[in-house]
Design a protein around this ligand. Structure first.
Ligand SMILES: Nc1ncnc2c1ncn2[C@@H]1O[C@H](COP(=O)(O)OP(=O)(O)OP(=O)(O)O)[C@@H](O)[C@H]1O
Ligand SMILES: [Mg+2]
Length: 286
């Protein structure tokens, strides 16, 4: 089977500094893979390498058997979160339409078949369950609603690969769960592979095929059960780390030197988010 994404012995450098070495990762059709790791580990850099926006320092990356930059027209991308200005009057559905026009990549419209662009836009809006608010200005929508619109924008050109940089960031737990379920559904039913950066593995854990956990300049790749374990994370960080299994099935990582990207959010039976669940170093707090 053709790999959708293949990284072989990949190294990443930023500003002349070696950030990651020896990263091996393969993503097959329809797979849902998470990139985890502490702030600054290189998750966004790796996503940008998959887009051909950041050079590969060593090793080889192919996306759909092509160089990353040559595969971009078949890749949907949701950059790391920025907020929309509450006063932004652009209609949500027009934002989705922008993804179709491909202006940001400079590619021509791929539409030939006998369906119009407008039909595709409303189809994809329905797919992400955003029909009810698609005619409203994007700035007025809630964080979760905006995220659905942005996922629709990334999907509108029928990519084979979706790269999502922290799409669950700043969302409350119920919304994280419903977006996670939506993404899993897209993987399964739309034949799209997803590589997604996440800060907390718990909302997505049950859907994931694989995790690439980046820390200390390396990556560990495996199933969630293989990667999120005390021994694996201790070896990666070079310091004792324990993984506790909560009664509801969620994982809590405990240890030094810094809290890795797994939190105890799911502990709260009331389902509400509490500020103290968050890594205080996190750049985008609530
Ligand atoms: N253009 C650049 N020049 C120099 N350093 C950079 C550049 N871009 C990123 N870095 C550094 O590279 C490291 C990795 O950044 P990156 O954004 O990939 O981390 P991340 O894992 O996505 O973190 P976060 O969880 O905070 O989003 C950071 O230390 C960052 O400061
Ligand atoms: Mg990042």
């Amino acid at each position: 089977m053709t790999a959708i994404v293949r990284l072989e012995n990949v190294a990443a450098e930023v500003g002349g500094r070696r950030l990651l070495s020896d990263v091996d990762l393969r993503v097959d059709a329809g797979e849902f893979v998470a990139l985890l790791g502490p702030n600054g580990a290189g998750k966004s850099t790796l996503i940008r390498m998959l887009l051909g926006l950041h050079p590969v320092a060593a090793g080889r990356i192919t996306v759909l058997d092509r160089l990353p930059a040559q595969a971009r027209q078949d890749v949907g991308y949701l950059p790391q979160r920025r907020r929309f200005d509450p006063d932004l009057r652009v209609r949500a559905s027009d934002l989705v339409r922008l993804g179709l026009d491909g202006n940001h990549w400079g590619f021509p419209l791929p539409f030939k078949r006998n369906r119009t662009a407008a039909e595709r836009v409303s189809e994809v809006i329905e797919l992400v369950a955003a029909t009810a608010f698609a005619d409203r200005p994007i700035g007025e929508l809630s964080g979760g609603e905006q995220q659905r619109i942005l996922i629709a924008q990334a999907l509108v050109r029928r990519p084979q690969l979706l790269l999502l940089d922290e799409p669950l960031d700043s969302l409350d737990l119920p919304t994280q769960s419903s977006i996670a379920a939506l993404l899993s559904d897209i993987c399964t039913n739309q034949e799209v592979s997803i590589v997604m950066v996440a800060h907390d593995v718990n909302p997505i854990m049950s859907y994931l095929d694989r995790i690439a956990y980046l820390a200390s300049g390396k990556a560990v790749v495996g199933t969630p059960a293989e990667v999120i374990t005390g021994p694996t994370l201790s070896a990666l960080y070079g310091t004792p780390i324990e993984v506790l299994h909560a009664a509801d099935g969620s994982l809590v990582v405990v240890g030094q030197p810094e809290p890795p990207a797994v939190h105890s959010d799911r502990h709260h039976s009331d389902g509400h988010h509490h500020e103290y669940d968050r890594d205080p170093r996190r750049p985008h707090s609530h």
